[in-house]
Design a protein around this ligand. Structure first.
Ligand code: HEC
Ligand code: HEC
Ligand code: HEC
Ligand code: HEC
Ligand code: HEC
Ligand code: HEC
Ligand code: HEC
Ligand code: HEC
Ligand code: HEC
Length: 316
């Protein structure tokens, strides 16, 4: 973390005090200026100059882990550098935990094996899993992790989706081109659906297909649980029979357009034989039917349900 200290550091060393004298001289030159001009000038020299109207005097800023600048005028405080996270064995200079010797870059064992000498839990979960990510299987830990240190948490070589796009360029390209994007995918939250190492579910998903979507679409699950009739594939959690998980050319991430998607399973000629379908089949089916659930067995939406009630009296 790269937090600036929140408490002012008001004690000045002799050299800092000297620096401040020079600063004060500069300030004197600014006395006649308008507040905004002063603000502009001061920000050239210092970080953390209070915004015009702010109540307090800004303290000398320090970058965590570095001493406060001793001469504020000549050495403006450097912009904060990303803080490195050090891998403990590297920090403790246990080079030979991984390398053949202190002076050799050669590894002690095969890629990955060296890591598993300490990361036995990681190895155990990996060995037990049904679906394994290929780079992990090949022991290419360093294609995702820096062995020594990194600015990213978990020693990752890149953050979030950037890490995945290092190898899955195709996924990125499809996403860029697509008209309709699934929000978590667009936001780069790959890990909200996929595990990076291994999983018990296909495509490294964190949950089985029937549960994954409800992780976030809880409302749909609740409505469906209450509904009298469920459309078979939706009730079975087979969302992928109609929706793409990442992106689509169609609204609502449909795999085909709103009408064609129904003919994936219902034969067009059978549909034409349904009484109430006369003249209706050029429309989108979802104008009259809810694709997920409904109050009656035909999953009819409000208006269509009323029309149906007036037309053919239900035997029940
Ligand atoms: C946790 C295991 C591990 C430890 C501990 C470790 N290294 Fe490495 N080191 C590696 C791996 C893995 C690579 C290969 C990186 C790659 O292929 O990109 C590497 C690469 C290097 C390289 C090649 C240049 C580079 O940075 O890629 C040098 C030099 C090096 N290590 C020196 C050291 C020294 C010196 C220490 C002790 C202070 C040390 N290493 C501790 C795993 C380790
Ligand atoms: C000598 C023992 C040792 C070896 C070998 C080793 N590690 Fe570690 N590693 C540690 C310790 C200790 C930690 C800190 C405690 C923890 O998170 O398990 C750690 C933490 C990590 C973390 C998590 C950092 C975090 O922020 O939670 C990653 C990722 C990691 N190591 C990857 C590797 C990889 C990749 C290799 C092989 C190149 C490797 N380690 C080899 C001891 C080791
Ligand atoms: C495809 C990229 C990728 C590869 C390859 C990979 N990791 Fe990771 N690893 C990750 C990500 C992403 C996380 C962070 C997961 C999180 O934040 O929950 C992680 C987390 C970890 C952690 C922290 C503990 C944990 O499970 O969250 C350790 C230790 C670790 N990896 C070790 C390894 C070792 C050892 C290898 C090689 C055998 C390896 N990783 C290969 C992406 C990778
Ligand atoms: C070092 C390269 C590399 C990185 C980085 C990487 N992958 Fe992969 N991934 C592969 C390879 C190789 C395969 C297997 C071939 C394929 O399906 O493209 C694969 C396969 C997959 C699969 C399909 C698995 C299956 O069982 O069919 C998923 C899902 C996946 N990766 C997700 C991710 C995610 C999420 C990330 C980021 C955390 C990521 N990958 C990062 C190389 C990588
Ligand atoms: C909302 C959940 C979700 C998110 C977020 C998500 N994915 Fe997926 N991804 C899936 C599902 C579900 C599949 C399996 C599709 C299938 O069965 O063909 C998949 C498949 C994949 C595959 C395998 C592709 C193939 O055709 O076999 C890769 C690679 C992949 N995802 C990478 C990513 C990357 C990279 C990200 C982040 C940018 C990401 N995913 C975000 C749900 C998601
Ligand atoms: C990590 C959370 C998350 C997961 C998991 C998830 N979604 Fe979503 N999904 C969202 C968010 C956020 C939106 C946008 C807001 C909304 O419409 O609720 C969205 C929107 C949608 C939409 C409407 C898209 C549009 O453009 O109209 C569909 C369809 C959808 N998700 C299907 C799925 C399916 C199918 C799955 C399982 C593969 C799934 N979602 C898993 C978060 C998620
Ligand atoms: C039989 C095809 C089909 C199945 C199966 C299906 N959907 Fe849909 N879904 C649709 C259609 C069609 C729409 C668009 C509705 C519209 O345009 O009126 C839609 C819309 C959505 C939306 C957008 C908001 C809304 O309700 O209009 C979400 C979210 C969604 N589906 C999630 C899911 C989830 C999660 C599953 C799995 C439990 C699932 N769907 C299964 C066809 C299906
Ligand atoms: C993945 C296959 C699949 C897709 C795609 C699909 N359905 Fe279905 N549908 C079924 C199954 C299975 C049933 C229950 C068995 C039956 O009655 O045929 C069913 C039943 C229905 C019923 C109730 C029939 C009855 O007699 O109770 C309606 C209405 C319906 N579907 C409309 C749609 C609409 C509208 C779409 C497009 C949004 C669609 N279906 C897409 C598989 C599918
Ligand atoms: C104008 C409204 C409307 C449209 C558009 C429509 N339907 Fe229907 N559909 C109905 C009504 C009303 C019924 C009930 C028929 C009955 O009472 O026998 C029905 C019945 C059904 C049934 C059950 C048939 C049976 O006999 O079990 C299915 C399946 C179905 N529709 C699918 C579709 C598909 C697929 C489409 C798109 C190609 C579609 N519907 C378009 C109104 C519509």
């Amino acid at each position: 973390m790269n937090r600036r200290p929140s408490k002012p550091n008001l004690r000045l060393t002799g050299r800092q005090a000297g620096g401040w004298l020079i600063v004060l001289a500069c300030l004197a030159l600014l006395v006649g200026c308008a507040t905004e001009t002063k603000q502009k000038w001061l920000t050239i020299f210092f970080d953390g100059v209070p915004k015009p109207g702010a109540a307090t005097n800004a303290p000398l800023q320090t970058v965590e882990g570095q001493p406060a600048s001793t001469n504020a005028v000549a050495q403006p405080v450097a912009p904060p550098q990303p803080q490195l996270i050090i891998h403990p064995p590297y920090g403790k200079r246990e080079c030979t935990a991984c390398h053949e010797s202190q002076y050799s870059q050669k590894m002690k064992g095969k890629p990955g094996e060296v890591c598993f000498t300490c990361h036995q839990e990681t190895q155990k979960s990996f060995a037990a899993a049904k679906v394994k990510h290929q780079p992990m299987e090949n022991g290419e830990c360093v294609s995702c992790h820096s062995p020594h240190n990194s600015a990213n948490k978990k020693l990752l070589i890149a953050k979030g989706e950037k890490l995945c796009f290092e190898c899955h360029e195709d996924v990125q390209q499809q996403l860029v081109k697509a008209r309709v994007k699934h929000q978590p995918v667009e936001n780069g939250e790959c890990s909200s659906c996929h595990s990076p190492h291994q999983s018990d579910f296909k495509k490294l998903l964190i949950k089985p297909a029937g549960k994954l979507c409800f992780e976030c679409h809880e409302d749909l699950q609740q409505q469906m649980d209450k509904a009298a009739f469920k459309h078979d594939p939706a009730g079975n959690g087979d969302c992928a029979s109609c929706h793409n998980p990442h992106q689509s050319a169609e609204p609502a991430l449909l795999i085909k357009d709103r009408r064609q998607v129904c003919f994936e399973c219902h034969e067009e000629k059978d549909m034409a034989e349904v009484k109430d379908h006369a003249d209706a089949l050029q429309e989108s089916c979802a104008n009259c039917h809810d694709p997920h659930f409904g109050k009656d067995k035909y999953l009819l939406k409000g208006a269509a349900a009323k029309a149906e009630g007036k037309g053919a009296p239900s035997p029940k």
